[in-house]
Design a protein around this ligand. Structure first.
Ligand code: FPP
Length: 236
């Protein structure tokens, strides 16, 4: 067993994986979708409570239209192929991000998957779609300001602010993994990563395996988390 309530992954390197094989970038994303299935089913079996995957950032709109359209078609590909297996594995689907700009077909597919899996009791598989951490914090601040103005809330602290984030109700992120050897957080879960352990791996996302996840968890288990204090908290 492990102490991992929440793993978050920046699934990077799809384009480079495809380029190295003389394939179009979209083939890297296609392979990436298969990896989402494999890693999600495995993480659920390991007892991870929540897995958040960065599927589309607020900055990804800058990509060529054909690639953006392809990325927006992936929810359909994913749920058409794997929703049955997600149900059999008792996984709950959630989504975080700014839904308004997501094309209606992709949004409806997500909403339907969220509805169908809402009574499951296994791992939460949380997709970050049109997600940006700064955007999330600003929206949360505006929501609180509105509640304050309407007299619904009169105080705010670090803990209660979490209720205004897209991730309300989800556990804090213990481990953030980024594939493909890029060492940045790229506007991902800025508030939620405050005390997370970070692991940057060389592997491109389409090559990331269950064994790679095991290795990350093993490394996490050897880290000592102090949360700013002096008491050493080993993870295993
Ligand atoms: C980054 O690689 C990856 C993305 C922007 C998209 C990731 C999405 C998936 C793996 C599938 C999501 C699945 C669902 C169901 C929505 P990159 O293109 O930036 O790679 P590069 O840095 O090598 O160019």
């Amino acid at each position: 067993m492990n102490n991992l309530n929440h793993i978050a992954i920046i699934m990077d390197g799809n384009g480079r994986w495809a380029k190295e094989r003389n394939l179009p970038r979209t083939m890297g994303h296609k392979k990436g979708v298969e990896k989402v299935r494999e890693i999600a089913i495995y993480a659920n079996k390991l007892g991870v409570k929540c897995l958040t995957l960065y599927a589309f950032s607020t900055e990804n709109w800058k990509r060529p239209e054909t690639e953006v359209n392809y990325l927006m078609s992936l929810p359909k590909v994913f749920f058409k192929s794997y929703l049955k297996e997600i149900m059999e594995n008792n996984i709950v689907i959630r989504m975080v991000g700014d839904m308004e700009r997501i094309p209606s077909e992709a949004r409806e597919i997500f909403e339907s998957a969220i509805e169908q899996t809402k009574n499951n009791t296994g791992m939460v598989l949380n997709f970050a779609m049109n997600y940006g951490g700064q955007n999330e914090i600003v929206k949360a601040a505006l929501k609180f300001a509105n509640d304050y103005k309407e007299g619904k809330k009169d105080s705010l602290d670090e803990e209660s602010f979490k209720d205004y984030l897209y991730t309300a109700g989800l556990p804090d992120v213990d481990l953030m993994i980024r594939t493909s050897n890029e060492q940045r957080i790229s506007n991902f879960l800025l508030y939620q990563l405050a005390y997370s352990e970070f692991i940057f791996t060389d592997t491109y996302w389409p090559d990331f395996s269950c064994e790679d996840l095991d290795k990350c968890i093993e490394e996490f288990n050897h880290r000592t988390r102090r949360f700013g204090g002096l008491n050493e908290t080993k993870n295993n």
